[in-house]
Design a protein around this ligand. Structure first.
Ligand code: ATP
Ligand code: MG
Length: 610
């Protein structure tokens, strides 16, 4: 079934870096019907497919007719001794070749073209679908597996649509046509040819299987070699610090030996295979020539017939070889299609609400109001563990609330639910008076500015990262956000200022710098509610102090919920919520909680040294 895979995990078949090896390893499917969902992607290119099919039939027929051409050239041209006839037959031959060349061009061009287009369309469709999926989906379906599906599996499909299918069809046509023409040309010799088939096929099947399994294990051994290279060199300081070079060299040598042994075994089997096949093929041809030659000498058959016959025999043998070669491609592509369709049909756990219907019920406040009623939640992967347990809380517009609690209390989970990355298992969250589920996901998220616990940078310039949520922000707005996040100074000290490239292939930023950038990014998006998840944990005391003051200045301008771990932040807040084990234990001011709540008192004592 290609059904929904929303919650359940799709088996991870990833983990290999080498592309060809990976292509070899991808699971196959014997069920060719699995390929049919890919056909829908051919729809837009019907015209090209038809053109290619026509060209395919024409070239296959031309190939078969070429045998007749050979017969005519030999029998009428040479045998008759008339030069005019020779010219005429050669003209015919040239016409055939022209049709063949043009047809091959058209077929090759359009088939490859369609292959590229279709695999691209599938990549786009899968990406378009997945980018909207609920975040929980990516916990059970790892991004590395998805990546390999979007690249490797679509490449497999591209090969199949762009060549294998056409090769299989063309050769199937030629096989059938070739067989018919063989029998028509010479029935006796045909029996001889068909009789020799098992002798050629048997060694190919037997040795072929062994060669394939050997090449797979040879690739595995080579992967061992590769992994040691990267491991040793990545950790070169540890290796040298423990004087471990000698042991590494020995181990590397052993791995190389193992890899070489398998590789040589494979070389031997391949050499034997090639020799045996050659022996069989030329043995069969020799027998053919001998038996056929006798017939020609006795005048039972013409030399042209014999030549045509040998030509067809080669065509038939060639098509059998070609079909068996692409057959495994087709099986792999069936598996690839199945995996891609699984992604394409994965259902989203989060259903978009209808903004138009909710519009009239929205509270009209300058910043966001939040109301949590009996909110409970457990992660799908741990259904028995309540990450949030019966939480009720109201946050007024413009209020600043600090959330404190030990690690694992459920603070980040609360933020996830506020932004509707998950739906609650029980209870309800209202944003501006309306249930989150009744509004569009885009509207919910536009309301929040989120600074995560461990901010990441996308590859691009600093400016790209800053204006991530508002690409058309003005220079003034950018500068203001940078000021507020206490980030302008360090940015100015970077080599190219805001145009400095960061992320995967750019410069790195320190933890504290990343946090300040993330705060500026969130402010720039002009949220109605700012969510800060320990956003200042990596800052030194001075920067922390400055950011704290900025937060203070933002108070009242937007609703702020801050997961806090420092006294200064906590004291800035209008209210403090104490969480533990998914529950909201107490709320109030610092002084009141200190006096009334033992957990907070202990927490404050350790955390704030208060
Ligand atoms: N994706 C997840 N799948 C399953 N369980 C999770 C997931 N994320 C968090 N949890 C669990 O939910 C509970 C609450 O986690 P959460 O991240 O909300 O804690 P926290 O209060 O933010 O802690 P910290 O202060 O360490 O960041 C923990 O027991 C955690 O193990
Ligand atoms: Mg957390």
């Amino acid at each position: 079934m290609l059904g929904a895979v929303s919650g359940r995990q799709v088996k991870n078949r990833g983990g290999t870096s080498n592309m060809t090896e990976y292509l070899e390893e991808r699971e196959t499917s014997r069920n060719m019907q699995r390929l049919t969902p890919a056909l829908r992607f051919l729809q837009p290119y019907r015209l090209q497919v038809v053109l290619a099919s026509v060209a395919l039939c024409v070239t296959a027929s031309a190939m078969l007719l070429l045998g007749q051409g050979i017969r005519i050239v030999i029998d009428s041209g040479f045998a008759s001794g008339e030069s005019a006839l020779l010219t005429e037959s050669l003209m015919l031959f040239v016409a055939f070749v022209t049709v063949l060349t043009v047809g091959t061009f058209v077929r090759f061009y359009f088939v490859s073209w369609v292959g590229e287009k279709v695999s691209n369309d599938i990549r786009q469709a899968v990406f378009n679908h997945l980018i909207h999926m609920h975040p929980g989906f990516f916990e059970t379906n790892t991004p590395s597996e998805i990546q390999s599906r979007v690249t490797t599996d679509t490449t497999l499909l591209q090969t199949v649509i762009g060549s294998s299918v056409s090769i299989a069809l063309r050769n199937a046509l030629m096989l059938v046509g070739g067989l018919v023409l063989l029998v028509i040309t010479n029935a006796k010799l045909s029996l001889l040819v068909l009789g020799s088939v098992p002798f050629v096929v048997l060694p190919v099947v037997l040795f072929g299987r062994r060669v394939r399994s050997l090449s797979r294990s040879s690739q595995d051994r080579l992967a061992d070699v590769g992994s040691q290279v990267s491991e040793s060199f990545r950790n070169i300081k540890i290796v040298q610090s423990f004087n471990h070079q000698g042991a590494d060299v020995t181990q590397f040598g052993q791995r190389l030996d193992r890899s070489l042994r398998v590789a040589l075994q494979r070389v031997w089997h391949r050499a034997v295979l090639v020799a045996v096949v050659m022996l069989m093929v030329f043995g069969a041809v020799a027998t053919l020539l001998w038996v056929g030659g006798q017939d020609v000498l006795a005048g039972r058959t013409s030399p042209g017939d014999l030549a045509a016959f040998i030509f067809y025999a080669f065509i038939v043998a060639g098509s059998v070889g070609a079909i068996s070669e692409v057959w495994s491609d087709l099986q792999r592509a069936a598996g690839a299609t199945e995996r891609l369709m699984e992604l394409l049909h994965a259902t989203n756990d989060l259903v978009d609400g209808d903004d138009a219907a909710a519009k009239d019920r929205l509270l009209d406040r300058p910043s966001a109001t939040l109301s949590l009623r009996n909110l409970s939640f457990s992660y799908p992967s741990r259904p028995q563990h309540m990450a949030l347990n019966d939480i009720s809380l109201d946050v007024e517009a413009g209020e600043m609330v600090a959330v404190v609690g030990p690690s694992g209390a459920g603070k980040s989970t609360l933020f996830d639910l506020l932004q509707r990355f998950y739906d609650p298992s029980g209870g309800v969250i209202r944003l501006d008076g309306v249930d989150l589920r009744e509004r569009s996901l885009a509207a919910v998220r536009a309301g929040f500015g989120f600074v995560p616990q461990d901010p990441v940078l996308f590859s691009g310039t600093l400016r790209d990262n800053l204006t991530y949520g508002r690409p058309n922000a003005t220079v003034d707005e950018v500068n203001q956000a940078l000021e507020l996040a206490y980030a302008s100074e360090f940015m100015q000290n970077l080599p190219e200022g805001l145009d400095t490239r960061v992320g995967e292939n750019g410069v790195g930023l320190s933890g504290g710098q990343r946090q300040r950038l993330a705060i500026a990014r969130a402010l720039l998006a002009q949220p109605r509610c700012l969510l800060l998840d320990e956003a200042t944990s990596a800052l030194d005391a001075q920067s922390e102090d400055y950011v704290g003051k900025s937060l203070h200045s933002l108070k009242g301008r937007m609703t702020i919920i801050v997961i806090a771990h420092r006294l200064s932040t906590v004291r800035t807040a209008d209210r403090i919520c104490v969480m533990d084990q998914g529950m909201l234990l107490a709320e109030g001011s610092h002084e009141r909680l200190l006096a009334e709540n033992p957990l907070y008192k202990e927490f404050a004592h350790i955390q704030f040294a208060a």
